[in-house]
Design a protein around this ligand. Structure first.
Ligand code: SF4
Length: 376
C-alpha cells in the first residue's frame, strides 16, 4: 500500500515567541472496496487471535471506529480510551490515535502490550512542547503549579504537578486558584486562555496550539451562522477565542456528541476535527452537521479540518501491526511511574468532584459546568 508523505507546519513556541515548526505525516492511500472488506475480515480474526482490543479516537477513520465498536473495543476521547484500556481484561491494546494516547495507555497499564498502527503519528501540541525547553520554563517559575494537558509526552507529564483533560481542567484550575496557587499551563494557549478567563486564575501560558483547531475562523463562522440561523454551533476549546465566542456549546469531543443528541435543534455547525461527524451522525440520526469554516480548501494539512496524524491510522497498518506485533509503545518504567502521578491526581479529583456533585444533588450545576468545557 503506498503512502503519501505530507509536509506539516505547526506552531513551535520558543520562550515568549512562536515560530513555525516543520513536521510530516505519512498518510496511507485509501484501499479499494474489495481491499477494505478483506482487511476488515483480517483485523477481526487477528484481534481474536491476539486476544487484543481495539481502542480508537473519535478523529480516526470511520471504518476503524466501526471496527472498534463491533469487536467490543471502544471509540472515545483520549482519557476514556486510556481508562477503558486499563480496565479491560485484554493484555494487548491496539490504540488507533496519536502517540501521546498510546503513551498514556501504557502509563495507566504498564504491564499490558500497547500497539499502534503507526508510531510516528504525533500531535502539534506534543511536538510544540519539547521536554528540555518546557522543563527549563518550569525551572524559571518555581512558584507556579504546573498543569499540563493530556496532549503531551510522557516526559512532560512527568514534569507536571497535574495532568488535565479539558473535561476537568476548568474545575481543577478553579480549585487551585481558590487555594491561592498560581498556574503554569501547557501546551495549548487557546484552551489555557479559555480556562483563565472562566476562572480568573493567574496562569502563565505555553504558546502551543492544535494545528487543526487553530485554523477555524470566527469571521467565516459568523457568515455561516447568518446562512443557517437555526443551527447550533458546537466548538472544541482548542479553537481560537473568536470561534469560541460564537459557540452555543464549548466542549470536549464527548460533550459535543452529547450536545448534538440532546439539544433541541436539527442543524449543527461543528468546529472540531471532522472525524467526529461520523459518531455524531450515528448518535443523532436525521440531524444535519456542517463543518465549521477553516482557512479554506487549499488542501494543506492545516486547513482541511482533519488531523494529518490521526489520518495515519489505516486498515492496512492496523492489520499489519496485529499480524507482526511490532510498533509497540514503551515508556521507561521510572518515567511512567512519575508521569502517572499527575494523571492519578486528576482521576482522584474527578471522582471526588463527581461524588460531591451527586451528594449535593446539584446535577444541573454539574451539567452546566460540563457543557462549558469537556475532554480532548
Ligand atoms: S487534532 Fe490537534 S490536538 Fe488532536 S492529535 Fe491532531 S494536532 Fe493534536
Amino acid at each position: 500500500m503506498s503512502q503519501a508523505i505530507r509536509k506539516v507546519e505547526y506552531d513551535r513556541p520558543q520562550g515568549a515567541v512562536c515560530s513555525v515548526g516543520q513536521a510530516w505525516a505519512r498518510v496511507p492511500d485509501a484501499p479499494s472496496t474489495a481491499e477494505r472488506v478483506a482487511l476488515k475480515e483480517r483485523i477481526r480474526a487477528l484481534l481474536k487471535r491476539e486476544k487484543a482490543v481495539l481502542v480508537a479516537h473519535y478523529y480516526v477513520d470511520p471504518e476503524l471506529q466501526e471496527l472498534a465498536d463491533e469487536t467490543g473495543g471502544c471509540v472515545a476521547d483520549s482519557l476514556e480510551m486510556a481508562r477503558f484500556g486499563r480496565d479491560h481484561e485484554a493484555q494487548t491494546l491496539v490504540v488507533a490515535g496519536v502517540r501521546f494516547m498510546g503513551e498514556t495507555a501504557k502509563i495507566l497499564s504498564p504491564n499490558k502490550r500497547i500497539l499502534m498502527p503507526d508510531l510516528d503519528a504525533t500531535c502539534s501540541l506534543d511536538l510544540g512542547c519539547p521536554i528540555d525547553e518546557f522543563s527549563a520554563f518550569c525551572d524559571e517559575h518555581p512558584d507556579r503549579t504546573v498543569v499540563v494537558y493530556a496532549n503531551t509526552s510522557a516526559a512532560v507529564k512527568a514534569r507536571a504537578d497535574w495532568m488535565v483533560t479539558s473535561s476537568i481542567g476548568l474545575e481543577i484550575v478553579a480549585d487551585l486558584h481558590a487555594k491561592g496557587e498560581k498556574i503554569l499551563w501547557a501546551p495549548d494557549r487557546h484552551l489555557g486562555s479559555y480556562i483563565q478567563k472562566k476562572t480568573g486564575a493567574d496562569m502563565l501560558l505555553w504558546q502551543g496550539s492544535c494545528l487543526v483547531h487553530d485554523e477555524f475562523k470566527g469571521i467565516e463562522l459568523d457568515l455561516l451562522r447568518a446562512e443557517y440561523p437555526d443551527a447550533k454551533i458546537l466548538v472544541h476549546p482548542e479553537s481560537p477565542e473568536g470561534v469560541v465566542a460564537l459557540a452555543d456549546v464549548v466542549g470536549s469531543t464527548t460533550q459535543l456528541i452529547d450536545a448534538a443528541v440532546k439539544l433541541d435543534a436539527q442543524r449543527f455547525i461543528v468546529a472540531t476535527d471532522l472525524g467526529i461527524l461520523h459518531k455524531m451522525r450515528l448518535a443523532a440520526p436525521g440531524k444535519t452537521f456542517i463543518e465549521a469554516p477553516t482557512a479554506g480548501n487549499s488542501a494543506t494539512c492545516k486547513s482541511c479540518a482533519h488531523c494529518p496524524w490521526m489520518a495515519m491510522n489505516g486498515l492496512a497498518n492496523l492489520a499489519d501491526v496485529l499480524e507482526r506485533g511490532h510498533n509497540e509503545i514503551h515508556v521507561d518504567s521510572a518515567l511512567g511511574e512519575r508521569a502517572r502521578l499527575p494523571i492519578d491526581r486528576m482521576l482522584a479529583f474527578a471522582a471526588e468532584h463527581k461524588r460531591r456533585v451527586q451528594a449535593s444533588g446539584d446535577l444541573a450545576r454539574d451539567t452546566a459546568l460540563f457543557s462549558q468545557v469537556g475532554a480532548a
